[in-house]
Write a protein that binds this ligand. Structure first.
Ligand code: EPZ
Length: 420
């Protein structure tokens, strides 16, 4: 398994191009199950999770071909309606095939995702939504068995705002008979893009971008093409890196509006932020001000950015509190941060961070995607050498992160090799 070797202390200067959004691709790819033919998904990031989804879809008979950042999917040969455990255990987003399979084929066998490095992360809201639409769902042997003659439009009210359950409900409802109303729908940009993608396939959807989505089912959908939106979490990670390391960095191919919560907090921390239509530039403050953050649903501060924010606050002047109102135990990175010299205490779903003068390099272990990102950030500013082990976690969601950081002046190398 590869590791990153980082020598801390370099300020970041220059320009970096942000890739397409992982969490958009992971919804757009299974949505192609809803129609037969060839789809073109442009600006698709080169990531392990995208490859995992392509392998899952290939096991269902979908041919895929990648040319650079354009992914072409041919769904005319679908011959299997199962998402087996060996795929789903690698990536929870595999559950996104559930809605499309039931809607188009009236049947699905999808493994329950099981736990992940943090949290149980249930799929009860996905299952309840399918049942509301008339699917017959049975849970046994660790699998979801679903059958439906024809889905019937229904009112679906989510108790909890869920990105995945909203995506699955939309993908099921577009081919249901009649009208579906989804209330308390997630409004993350990736869900908005999924809705627009479905409309471009011939679906009838109202309320796109709001938490009240109305869908008129149609008989059939057709293939289409799409430019995947930029990855707001990759962008946020690089903005925090620049604020942390010192210097000035410009991110291109972004949608600044999607970054509003993060750039607002960076300004509170003393950074200077400017933006135009498709770029954001951040200049680091001479002293980082401690700023409290609570992760909320969009457009609040993203939970996928709370670990990265903790890295910034670990060397801020003063004490700050980072709270996660979505996942109550997404703090697996904290013990590793403490090994780098951070002064952090976790209480319930909050990390209390007392800023220290400096972090000191050490060997640290990645546990999950965004935890790994926060360890990279800490290593970039720690004195001496930091080794971040098991970077396959990072490769799930960051395209060539070490190359992009090196372009900005960071001293970071990928060292391939045996079990570390
Ligand atoms: C999506 O996961 C993202 N993944 C996650 O990003 C992100 O952290 C999360 O949304 C929250 O923004 C993808 O889009 C592929 P949820 P998802 O359903 O859809 C609870 C990353 O780092 N819940 O919005 O699984 C759940 O436990 C990944 O890129 C239920 O209770 O998240 C959580 O507390 C990590 N029952 C809350 O809802 C359900 O059936 C929000 O989860 C589903 C969710």
């Amino acid at each position: 398994m590869d590791k990153f070797v980082i020598r801390g202390g370099n300020p970041l200067h220059g320009t970096v191009r942000i890739s397409g959004a992982k969490n958009a691709s992971l919804a757009l790819m299974p949505a192609t199950l809803l129609a037969s033919g060839t789809f073109e998904l442009r600006n698709t990031p080169i990531l392990r999770d995208v490859n995992t989804m392509a392998v899952l879809l290939r096991s269902m008979g979908i041919a895929s071909e990648r040319k650079e950042h354009t992914l072409t999917l041919d769904t005319s040969g679908i011959n299997n309606f199962e998402a087996p455990y060996e795929h789903v255990k690698k990536m929870r987003a595999s559950v996104y095939v559930l809605g499309p399979l039931i809607a188009r084929y009236g049947r699905a066998k999808v493994s329950l995702p099981g736990g992940c490095a943090w949290g149980p992360r249930p799929v009860n809201l996905h299952i309840e939504a399918m049942r509301r639409l008339g699917a017959d769902i049975e849970l046994r042997e660790g699998y979801i068995f679903a059958h439906a003659e024809k889905l019937i439009g229904a009112r679906i009210h989510f108790d909890v705002s869920s990105v995945g359950a909203t995506g699955n409900a939309m993908m099921a409802a577009v081919l249901a008979r009649g009208t579906t109303l989804i209330e308390n729908a997630a409004i993350e940009p990736e869900i908005t893009q999924l809705a627009e993608f479905l409309v471009s396939m011939g679906a009838t959807i109202g309320g796109i971008g709001t938490n009240r989505i109305e869908i008129e089912g149609v008989q059939e959908l057709h293939p289409t093409e799409v430019d995947t939106i930029p990855d707001r979490i990759e962008a946020g990670t690089f903005l925090v890196a620049a604020a942390l390391c010192g210097g000035t960095a410009t991110l291109t191919h972004v949608i600044p509006d999607h970054l509003a919560a993060v750039t607002a907090k960076l300004e509170d921390a003393g950074a200077k932020v400017t933006a135009d239509q498709t770029t954001v530039t951040v200049t680091a403050p001479s002293t980082i001000t401690s700023v409290d953050v609570t992760a909320h649903i969009y457009p609040g501060f993203p939970t996928d950015m709370q670990a990265q924010w903790t890295a910034l606050m670990s060397v801020a002047a003063g004490t700050s509190v980072v709270t996660d109102s979505i996942y109550f135990d997404r703090f697996k990175h904290i013990p590793e941060m403490i090994r780098l010299g951070a002064d952090i205490e976790v209480k319930d779903n909050a990390a209390i961070i007392r800023g220290v003068q400096r972090l000191t390099g050490a060997k640290v272990m990645s546990t999950d995607l965004r935890a790994s990102a926060s360890l990279i950030l800490a290593g970039l500013v720690a004195e001496g050498t930091t080794e971040v082990l098991r970077v396959y976690h990072l490769d799930r969601g960051y395209e060539a992160i070490e190359k992009k950081l090196s372009l900005l002046g960071a001293d970071i190398q990928r060292v391939a090799g045996e079990e570390f």
